[in-house]
Each structure stands twice: as C-alpha cells, then as structure tokens.
Write a protein that binds this ligand. Structure first.
Ligand SMILES: C[S@@+](CC[C@H](N)C(=O)[O-])C[C@H]1O[C@@H](n2cnc3c(N)ncnc32)[C@H](O)[C@@H]1O
Length: 298
C-alpha cells in the first residue's frame, strides 16, 4: 500500500478572543500552518491582534465565521474544507473560539477528518466558560461558597439543573433563553434571590457586566439590551465580583435605560454562611479594566 502524502489537521482553541490567552502550543501551530480555518468568535480577533503585534503568519486564512443565529458556512462544508486542504498535503489549523471540546463541535470535526484518513491533533484552549467570568472577578468555585460548577448550553431551553446556589451554573449561548432559564432555576433549590451575572463580549471592546438575581435578571437584561456573545453565571460566587460589591449601593442601576424606580433591586442581605460584605470588599479580586472597555458599573 502506498502512503499518501496527506497533510494534517490541528484543532486549536483560540481562547475567548484575547491573543494573550492563546497557548504557546497554539501559536506554534499557527506559525507552522499552511491554511487557517477560523471561526468569527474568539478566533478572528486573535488573528487580528497577532497581526497588529507584528506576528507574521504565512498561512492562508479562511474565515468560516458564524453569525449568531445562523451558520455562515455549514458544518458539513467546514468538514469538507478541512479534508480537502489536508488531502492536498497542507498543514491545516482549525482555529476555534475558547476550547474546541467545550460546546465547540471539535470532536465532530476530529472524527470526520479521521474517518477520511486525516491525522488530527488537538491543542486545548481557554474556554469562555471560565475565562469570561474571570474578567468580572467571578471565580467559579471559592472556599466556603461553591465547590462545584456546571457548564451548560442554554441554546435550547433547559428543563432543570441540579444543585443550589452553592453549585455554580455557567450558561453559554444563554441570552435568547434567559427568561426561561432564570424561571426554571428560580423554581428549583436556588430560589429567586440567587445572584446572577451576565458578562457580555468578554475581553472585547463591548465588555459589560450586568448583575441581578434569578428573579430580576431577565428584566435587567431587557432594559440593558444585553446581547450575545455573553456568559451567564448563576450562584453565590457572583457576590464575590467587585461589580456585585458595588451593586447594593445602587450604582449599577444608574446607567440602565428606563425608569430608575422600576429597575429591579439586586439581592437582599447575604445568607449567613457567606462572608460578610466587608470581608468581600477586603478580599475582592482586582480586575484590571482597560480604558477602551465599557464598564457597566460606573
Ligand atoms: C458555540 S459556544 C462556543 C464555546 C467555546 N468553545 C468555548 O469554550 O468558549 C459560543 C458561546 O460561548 C460564549 N462566549 C464565547 N466567547 C465569549 C466572549 N468573549 N464573551 C462572552 N461570551 C463568550 C457565548 O456564550 C457564546 O454564545
């Protein structure tokens, strides 16, 4: 049997859209690539930032970016594109936002290519599920507050998620179904007072944080015209955010459109098992805020 001179495909996680959060292994793969097949979210901004920083990539870049709500290039065409270029002997990087294996269809692409005889390797990326809450100073676990977290797609309505407010829930693709999801989670063990944060466009120019509760977040999101891409964080860990520390003073509501008196308040006094507000303020994480970022909480 004659071995065909196929190239290969490397699935690379680009992280949430900041070149500083691309891994070194991912960068090396980009430098070696003949062709880069890039998503819009997370991947394209990283390529643009690398170029702006003088990193020269010789690869041809094919943008298969998906706009919210519809696929610009269907998945089958992306699969076929990867195989076609690899069969032509090229080193192909499939650059995907966040991590390829977290709600990213990475494994589907890998299986398709392997079934066509193409060798595939994977370079993990920093998922938005963890890194985007971090820009708002929200850890997904914190001693005495939460010891577990669940990452879920809320693209389709969620029926139930286990756990109480000490079990952090991170929702991706959750803006369109927010009212439904908040209602479902509030009716279970978490309750309507459970804190919620929405972080829009993490690491991007439209970065913005909205803080509320399961009972108020859908109204707040509508008032503030929250948009994708966004990560929704549900649970007591939201109280640890510097944005939340300011929320009880009401500062968050001042830039909300609409009648201020109708704006829902944040949550009532913290449950006793949580650190008291003074402790939270003392240990709150320092969140570097770039001057080009719109900070929601003045
Ligand atoms: C199809 S999922 C892909 C997730 C990706 N594989 C990851 O690990 O981050 C896309 C969703 O990720 C979230 N997302 C990705 N990047 C984001 C960012 N920079 N800011 C806010 N949300 C982001 C949004 O919920 C978006 O709808």
């Amino acid at each position: 049997m004659i071995a065909l001179p196929y190239g290969s495909v490397t699935l690379v996680g680009a992280g949430p859209g900041d070149a500083g959060l691309l891994t070194i292994r991912g960068l090396r793969a980009l430098e070696r690539a003949d062709v880069i097949v890039a998503d819009r979210l997370g991947a394209r901004p990283v390529l643009d930032q690398l170029a702006a920083e003088g990193v020269r990539l010789s690869a041809e870049v094919i943008d298969v970016g998906k706009l919210p709500g519809h696929h610009r290039v269907p998945q089958e065409e992306i699969n076929a594109l990867l195989v076609r270029h690899a069969r032509a002997g090229r080193e192909v990087v499939r650059l995907k936002g966040g991590d390829p294996f977290v709600l990213g269809r990475g494994r589907e692409e890998q299986l398709y290519c392997e079934a066509e005889g193409i060798a595939v390797s994977v370079v993990p990326g920093i998922t938005s599920a963890i890194s985007v809450p971090a820009v708002a100073g929200i850890p997904l676990t914190h001693r005495g507050v939460a010891t577990a977290f669940t990452v879920a797609s809320a693209h389709d309505p969620i029926d139930r998620l286990p756990g109480g407010s000490d079990h952090t829930v991170v929702l991706l693709m959750g803006v369109g179904t927010l009212a439904h999801t908040a209602g479902v989670l509030a009716h279970a063990d978490r309750g309507a007072d459970c804190p919620v944060a929405i972080v829009e466009d993490g690491y991007g120019s439209g970065e913005r944080v909205t803080i509320g509760t399961l009972g108020t977040i859908a109204t707040l999101a509508a008032l503030r015209q929250v948009r994708n891409p966004a990560v929704v964080v549900v649970g007591d860990v939201v109280r640890l955010s510097p944005h939340a520390a300011r929320a009880p003073q009401g500062s968050w509501s001042e830039d909300a459109p609409g009648d201020r008196d109708e704006t829902p308040r944040p949550w009532p006094a913290s449950p006793r098992r949580l650190p008291q507000p003074s402790t939270l303020l003392a240990e709150r994480p320092r969140v570097p805020v770039r001057s080009d970022r719109r900070n929601l909480l003045p």
